[in-house]
Design a protein around this ligand. Structure first.
Ligand code: AP5
Length: 222
């Protein structure tokens, strides 16, 4: 039998490194990366009705109402690339309600990664994060600076990346994370995200290799 594609969730506080690790995971494993924050930012940029409403919440560092996010993510998961390549869900689900909606739809990960990072490190990462609007790549002015002057001159900052807003996003995270973890504790792995990004990735890579091995052994038994 053919191996089932991987289904991975990655969670963690704002700036814990979810997007950074997703870039590395996608490069090696070819999973379809679905970031709730990126999908929302695309709606905001498109100026859609949902986008305008979402921006009010995102600017405040609060969760966007489930009426907007649940369908948006479910539709994206149902697309062919995610079904064929497997998926990597980033920043979703973020509340008990969102997790339950996935459970009802029979959508479960085979691994739930929780990145643990200390608060003061998170704030430093938020303040110095920059994005390249051309490639979508994430930089950090100190830890992953841009490769050249041309890139450096076009970097942008996210509208919710101020210290004040990041502190609210942190509180939002802490008040919801336990409920989500409760749903996935059977497949959850903590990863210490305080370390340099390649060290963090080495640990995630090992988890994914072990998982692939296990899945492939199970599929030969089927
Ligand atoms: P979202 O876009 O998901 O933001 P977030 O959770 O706050 O996470 P970030 O994107 O800020 O951080 P990240 O963990 O991806 O870190 P990154 O890799 O960039 O959500 C934004 C908003 O959308 C929410 O506030 C909410 O309003 C709404 N929303 C999203 N999902 C929702 C949902 N499910 N329901 C309702 N509303 C939702 O790294 C950060 C920086 O650190 C970078 O500069 C990077 O270069 C650097 N860095 C990363 N790793 C390391 C490392 N190991 N060492 C040193 N530097 C590092």
């Amino acid at each position: 039998a053919k191996d089932e594609p991987l289904r991975i969730m990655i969670a963690g506080a704002p700036a814990s490194g979810k997007g950074t690790q997703c870039e590395l995971i996608v490069e090696k494993y070819g999973l379809t990366h679905i970031s709730a924050g990126d999908l929302l930012r695309a709606e905001v940029a498109a100026g859609s009705e949902n986008g305008n409403l979402a921006k009010e919440y995102m600017t405040k560092g609060l969760l966007v109402p489930s009426e907007i996010v649940v369908k948006m993510v479910k539709d994206r998961l149902a697309q062919q690339d995610a079904q064929e390549n497997g998926w990597l869900l980033d920043g979703y689900p973020r509340s008990d309600e969102q997790a339950q909606a996935l459970e009802v739809a029979g959508i479960r990960p085979n691994l739930f990664i929780l990145l643990d990072v200390d608060d003061e490190i998170l704030i430093q990462r938020v303040i110095n994060r920059r994005m390249d609007p051309v490639t979508g790549k994430i930089y950090h002015l100190l830890y992953s600076p841009p490769e050249n002057e041309e890139i450096a001159s076009r970097l942008t900052q996210r509208f919710d990346d101020t210290e004040e807003k990041a502190r609210v996003r942190l509180l939002t995270h802490y008040s919801n994370v336990d409920a989500v973890v409760g749903v996935y504790k059977d497949v959850m792995q903590h990863v210490d995200g305080n370390r340099p990004k390649l060290e963090v990735f080495a640990e995630i890579d090992k988890l994914l290799m072990d998982l692939q091995k296990k899945e492939s052994e199970e599929s030969t038994r089927r």
